[in-house]
Design a protein. Structure first.
Length: 275
């Protein structure tokens, strides 16, 4: 699905059709592209939206990001003693955001009021909702959509995706908790209030299995208000029986109930795990 009400100028689509001809010398094109990325930076545009429970990509917004690499010059920027050389400058707008030294966010990423960036990296096109914690050494990849009051624990890797422009990014919905060193890759989705145990790998084709029934509940989508951990399931091959990765749904949570860290740890410890 393509987002039908994109706030990004339709001129972007015209520029996309002749992108091979563009360069930093095209000042008119650069103006249109800059205005589009500014909309992403302020949160007035997004790379993807949740509409009726479905992820809808704004392909035009993603095209604007890709065009920025063609029409922007390499420039130097600095943060204290640290120097950078890139086409995309650092983000400068942090309204109500706590940014700890060592955190890096690129222009074109939106960070909501009350969010906290520990030493971490937030890439262009991503959206980080209000009150969300991006913990130490966590990365939020390009165009990833992170909801409000989410906790991305230390070392979490949220994958990014720019090409093709219609590719679905990672979506982590409001109030989710993503445990330390989890990897959530292109097109995967963590539902509202869901918890991923430490080290869980969730990709768009990863089977999510309910341990109580053995049923596969989804591919690449951890349901809202559930606790999930990484696991394996046995599969027969010509050379023998091998364990293939999956995600195990081990508990359903009460909808709307705030996460109790001690209670979550008890749940995970009963399965030989911890957050």
């Amino acid at each position: 699905m393509t987002y039908p009400d994109s706030p990004v100028s339709p001129v972007i689509d015209e520029l996309w059709e002749r992108r091979g001809e563009l360069s930093p010398d095209d000042t008119d094109a650069r103006k249109v592209v800059t205005e589009a990325v500014d909309l992403l930076d302020t949160g007035d545009a997004r790379a993807a939206y949740l509409i009726g429970g479905e992820v809808v990509v704004d392909e035009r917004a993603k095209r604007a990001i890709l065009l920025s690499f063609r029409v922007l010059d390499m420039v130097e920027s600095a943060a204290g003693a640290f120097a950078y050389h890139d086409r995309i400058p650092l983000k400068t707008r942090y309204d109500g955001v706590r940014v700890v030294p060592g955190a890096i966010a690129r222009w074109g990423a939106y960070i909501g009021p009350g969010a906290v960036l520990m030493p971490s990296f937030v890439n262009i096109g991503s959206y980080v909702g209000p009150g969300t914690m991006v913990d130490t050494w966590a990365t939020v990849g390009s165009c990833a959509q992170i909801g409000a009051t989410v906790h991305l624990s230390g070392g979490v890797g949220i994958g990014g995706v720019l090409e093709p422009p219609n590719a679905q990014p990672v979506v982590v919905e409001d109030e989710a908790f993503v445990g330390s060193r989890c990897m959530v890759t292109e097109g995967a989705r963590v539902g509202r209030g869901a918890v991923l145990g430490s080290g869980t790998i969730l990709g768009p084709t990863m089977p999510v299995i309910d341990v109580e029934t053995g049923a596969e509940v989804s591919r690449g989508h951890v349901p809202a208000w559930s606790v999930a951990v990484g696991g394996t399931r046995q599969k027969e091959f010509g050379g023998g029986t091998f364990g293939l990765p999956c995600v195990l749904l081990i508990k359903r949570l009460d909808e709307g109930r705030r996460h109790d860290k001690a209670q979550l740890n008890d749940v995970l410890r009963r399965h030989g795990l911890a957050t």
